[in-house]
Design a binder for this molecule. Structure first.
Ligand code: GN1
Ligand code: MG
Length: 365
């Protein structure tokens, strides 16, 4: 049920503070799944923190997200102990409720949790320069390096099927078969044909017997926090999809987000292209952090991941469009179709630059 900001402040945020003062609550970021707010305690030394309502239609057991987060944070803390003077990622901390719980379940059954706000940082929806590109590559590489010795078997699967492309394809085909009407637009026809022509490619990673590792799951550009003063990557946030998976999902997702300089929300898909210079900078920084442990078979499938991830996200948007926008939030009808077209154009641009992208990987890997 919709709540306004003052209601959230009084009914929810209140459980995460000990002081009595006023709380201000403002929407934060533009995530497509959860609802995110910045809470400020209106007191002389008042703190700021991030409050989120986890979308329980998407995440079947939100409690498991918090268990994974505890495991991740304590592992990273151990790895970072004694290295305080060295530059490193700073991950958000859990802010428990006054009663010491990791989350608050409200009377409607909604699941809320709070995290520390990392001060003096900001995020970008599109990349501005090559320093930012390197920094995004560093952030993901560092995350993989920090978790390379964390047993993925210790983590729950908080979102079964996430990034399993053949499952998305199967779901799409089921939904598309149930849509009786003939495609009502050229765009929809294009999108359906685009997927149809690539059916056999969707299983490429799942068929390859790649090793399971700890993944971030959603390392798109605006989940990297940049320090306001130095411009360097300070944090990688949005840790809800940290779980066992393939590094390919992460690297593919990071590149599909960063190398699309028109942005995920571009109005005109024909302007979308995959930027090779950004790709080069990201790979350079990513491999500097992960070169020591990535295996030969993992390297061999990186190009496929770079092609697959935009295709997969496009397919997820397209399926949601056909199903009536039940997964990704929309502000207007047709928005998920438009998002799908952007990702498909990006995948096409990857395909036409296959040779150059493979060369970049081979040079760097
Ligand atoms: C979703 O909610 P948000 O914006 O953090 C989605 C990602 C997509 C992304 C596209 C759990 O993330 O997989 O890449 O939208 N998250 C989930 O913007 O499905
Ligand atoms: Mg996310």
């Amino acid at each position: 049920m919709a709540m306004d900001s003052s209601e959230i402040a009084d009914r929810i945020a209140r459980h995460f503070v000990t002081e009595k003062g006023d709380l201000s609550v403002k929407p934060l970021g533009d995530g497509l799944i959860n609802d995110t707010f910045l809470v400020t305690e209106e007191l002389p030394d008042g703190e700021r923190f991030v409050l989120q309502r986890i979308n329980s239609r998407v995440f079947p057991e939100p409690r498991l997200i918090m268990e994974n987060l505890r495991i991740l944070l304590s592992h990273v803390r151990e790895r970072q102990a004694g290295t305080a003077d060295v530059r490193d990622l700073k991950l958000p901390e859990i802010r428990p409720t006054r009663a010491g719980l990791d989350f608050w379940a409200d009377s409607e059954g909604d699941f809320w949790r709070a995290l520390s706000f990392i001060p003096n940082t900001g995020s970008h929806n599109v990349l501005h320069d090559s320093v930012q590109a390197e920094e995004a590559g560093y952030a993901l590489g560092r995350f993989h390096a920090l978790t390379a010795d964390l047993d993925p078997g210790l983590l729950h699967d908080t979102l079964p099927g996430f990034h399993i492309a053949p499952r998305y394809l199967a779901r799409f085909e089921k939904v598309a078969a149930g849509v009786q009407t003939v495609p009502d637009s050229e765009e929809l026809r294009f999108a359906l044909d685009f997927v149809g022509a690539r059916r056999s490619f969707f299983a490429v990673l799942e068929d390859a017997a790649l090793p399971l590792r700890v993944i971030h799951g959603d390392p798109k550009l605006n989940n990297v926090l940049f320090d306001e003063h130095s411009g360097l990557a300070a944090s990688l946030i949005d840790l809800d999809t940290v779980k066992p998976g393939l590094v390919h999902y992460d690297l593919g997702d990071c590149l599909r987000s960063c190398c699309n300089r028109s942005g995920e929300a571009a109005d005109d898909a024909s302007t979308v292209a995959f930027d090779l210079d950004v790709c080069r900078a990201i790979l350079r920084a990513y491999f500097a952090e992960t070169g020591a442990f990535l295996t030969a078979i993992e390297r061999r499938y990186l190009y496929d991941a770079i092609r697959l991830l935009p295709l997969e996200l496009g397919l997820r948007f397209l399926t949601d469009h056909l199903e009536g926008n039940r997964y990704f939030k929309v502000e207007r009808p047709g928005q998920n179709l438009q998002r799908a077209l952007v990702q498909f154009r990006l995948a096409e641009s990857v395909e036409t630059q296959e040779k150059s992208i493979r060369r970049l990987i081979d040079e760097r890997a």
